[in-house]
Write a protein that binds this ligand. Sequence first.
Ligand code: PHE
Length: 354
Amino acid sequence: MREDLNNLQKKYTAELNEATSLKKLDELFLKLFGKSGEITTFPKSFPSLPKDEVKVIAPLFNKTKQELESALEKRREEVKLAGFKKILEEPLGLKDVSSKTLDKIPSKKREGHMHPITQFEEEIVHAFAKLGFQQFEAPHIDSDTYNFEKLNIPQEHPARDLWDTLYIDQTYLGPNPSKLLLRTHTSNSQVRIMEKFQPPIRLMNLGRCFRYENVDARHEHTFEQFELIYIDKGLSMANLLYLSEYFFQAIFGYDVKARLKPKYYPFVEPGAGVDGLCIFCKGKGCKICGGVGWLELAGAGMIHPTVLKNGGIDPDIYSGIAWGVGPGRMAMLRHEINDLRLFNSGDLRFLNKF
Ligand code: PHE
């Protein structure tokens, strides 16, 4: 047996060193380590050998196996390197490519354009600017306080599960850092806005948000949100419905109606899911709306009195509306795109269609 092992090693070492292509090395690999390869099948005879003999042959077998493995790996690197060298050192085979010749080839100008989501966002901003809303920016990296606590979502509250959050590793922040995270929604602007401005307030906040999501055709870890904050005396759900309808008609066309249904968000009371009449079937029921005739397009509500108080605004005098949508999902609907991931894929075949 020992001799068999020796011969096997000699034979294959020689073959390995002669091999000059990766294909040949793959073949050798299979002959040795494949399902019925010589190394794979070798130990099959061990059970029928006397125990003493196995004690000697088994470690030898292991050693041979390892040596052949590393010889194969080493040869693979050598062959690969030789291949690279060959390609890199060979002349290109073009005759007389002087700069003059190159000058004669006309260069093709490629015109850029705005990203489809940016185009869409400009339209949204434009529509609400006409109602007197101005833009406000809130930070992407934010404290737990503005993203959650001041929005009536205390630490350890189960409502936190609504937002799969990416926290920032505290170890890099020095001693006693406040808890930082990537904002999960543009609602991190709400209390900031109240602290900065006196009512009447009409502001909109647009930008990137981040969640610890399983990415699929309708979810991205990095996505856009758009949010309106409207605070004044005597606002009600009627104003909210008006804003929703105004939005859908501005973006999707005059025949798109809105309807509100109760929905829970800790920072609004009452909270509403805003449905738009399905833009594909106009309410008849189709594949896209799952036969319902309506699509949930926005989240909204009357700002919770606690949140107003947290922002220093007296809820007995003022009321507020918060209203938010995901422009990515909207753009998907409008252009009938079935995979959100295409937008950030950087694939020009897709982007050039807009
Ligand atoms: N911030 C909420 C979310 O990300 C959406 C929302 C905005 C709900 C404004 C109500 C009011 O899910």
